[in-house]
Design a protein around this ligand. Structure first.
Ligand code: C5P
Length: 404
């Protein structure tokens, strides 16, 4: 279910008694971290009130195609583009027929025409309507177009009949929605990711560190697991918990981060350095707390830390190595020089001088740089960005390996 975190789900509700279950479905999708926008057909609004769905989704429900107020908020084309997934539950026989015909005679059918997002239908209807040749022919057509069917289940129906046509339960639908976001692009690969800050002790109570939250590295770990990889996440001290199915190795100093990164490096296919490693550490760590003296100026001698990612990239058979370049000026030039100097395969450059992105924030805007390519991705949440980055990294890495 964690795959639903920050996913944008457009939930379409059409007219059927199962519409009451869509309230629970909305709650479950929200609980799993998805952002849910609800679109109802006029018939759906006869079965369940838009107000219920508005309260559960936290957004105004979209009801009509030609509503100037709703269009001023988020217009239908914008809504179609916004969606990562369109889930229609319940999908009535009438709705499926209109969709099969490619009609755009209400908001929901129009959105289905306009969206590039995957569409999933959870049919719900009387068993005889389900079995009808017209419905079955329509379903075969939409399935051929790539639309997914969730269910229906068989059993007792609201009308008293028994047979196929019951909508799947909300838990099953939420689970199936989550599964749509699983990719296999890193299937069978081992990925090491460094994340968070390092802490370089000065004395037993003080250290040198930075503001890195670890959010980007943790989001990358999640996305890599979802893409089928085995993931070791090597993290400095952070306040977030590791995603499920990730091996978390907690470290404090750059030296410890390097040791954990080298441990098992021969098995690693992809190394992503998302940690903000302290460049320098105190030459010596005082055994006891350093006391305040009379001097106005106190000097701390520092020595360079090992460069973890450069050490990884310099291995005899290095993994595909991806670094980050957080800069406040001259972003791409610095990024390119790091790519070359550290012998990386790819560098993800982000401008940390801009408020609202980068360090400690929830969003990020980055440019992907390789020796011969450069691509800026649109600003989005770190989770969404992580998924895009993993897909881009996986395709670049697989293409590079195919060339060898
Ligand atoms: O040189 P700079 O710190 O800007 O390089 C950033 C990239 O190098 C990041 O991917 C970071 O995780 C990695 N790095 C490292 N070890 C260091 C310094 C940076 O792995 N000592």
């Amino acid at each position: 279910m964690h795959r639903l975190t920050n996913r944008q789900i457009l939930l379409g509700i059409t007219g059927g008694i199962a519409a009451y279950k869509s309230a629970e479905l909305t709650r479950l999708l929200k609980k799993a971290g998805a952002d849910v926008r609800v679109v109802m057909t006029p018939a759906a609004a006869e079965f369940i009130t838009p107000l219920t769905l508005q309260a559960l989704s936290g957004h105004q429900v979209h009801l009509e195609l030609l509503d100037p107020e709703a269009e001023a908020g988020m217009g239908h084309i914008e809504l179609a583009k916004w969606a990562d997934l369109v889930l229609i539950a319940p999908a009535s026989a009438d709705f499926i027929a209109r969709m099969t015909a490619g009609m755009g005679n209400d908001l929901l059918t129009t959105l289905c025409l306009a969206t590039d997002a995957p569409i999933c239908l959870a049919p719900a209807m009387n068993q005889a309507m389900w079995r009808d040749t017209a419905t079955q022919t329509n379903l075969a057509t939409v399935v051929q177009r790539g639309i997914k069917l969730f269910g229906p289940a068989e059993g007792e129906q609201a009308c008293g009949d028994t047979g196929p046509g019951r909508m799947l339960e909300p838990e099953q639908l939420a689970q199936l929605a989550a599964e749509q976001f699983e990719t296999r692009s890193l299937s069978g690969k081992t990925v090491f990711i460094t994340a968070g800050p390092t802490r370089e002790p000065i004395d037993p109570v003080r250290f040198i560190s930075n503001h890195s939250s670890g959010k980007m590295g943790f989001a990358l770990a999640q996305a890599a697991v979802d893409a089928g990889a085995r993931v070791k996440l090597i993290s400095g001290p952070v306040n977030i918990s590791a995603p499920p199915r990730v091996e978390l190795v907690k470290v404090e100093t750059a030296e410890q981060m390097l040791a954990a990164s080298l441990d098992g490096i021969a098995t690693c296919d992809l190394f992503i350095g998302a940690a903000a490693v302290a460049d320098y550490k105190p030459v010596a760590v005082a055994e006891h707390k350093i006391k305040k003296g009379n001097e106005e100026i106190m000097e701390l001698r520092l020595v360079k830390n090992p460069d973890i990612i450069a050490t990884i990239a310099a291995q005899a058979a290095p993994p595909f190595t991806v670094g980050f370049a957080a800069e406040t000026r001259d972003l791409l030039n610095y990024a390119r020089s790091k790519l070359t100097r550290k012998q990386l395969d790819m560098i993800i450059a982000n401008d940390v001088s801009q408020p609202g992105i980068g360090f400690n924030s929830d969003e990020n805007l980055v440019t992907l740089v390789t020796t011969d390519t450069q691509e800026t991705l649109p600003q989005c949440s770190k989770q969404q960005l992580a998924r895009q980055l993993i897909e881009k990294i996986a395709s670049t890495m697989n293409a590079a390996q195919d060339k060898v």
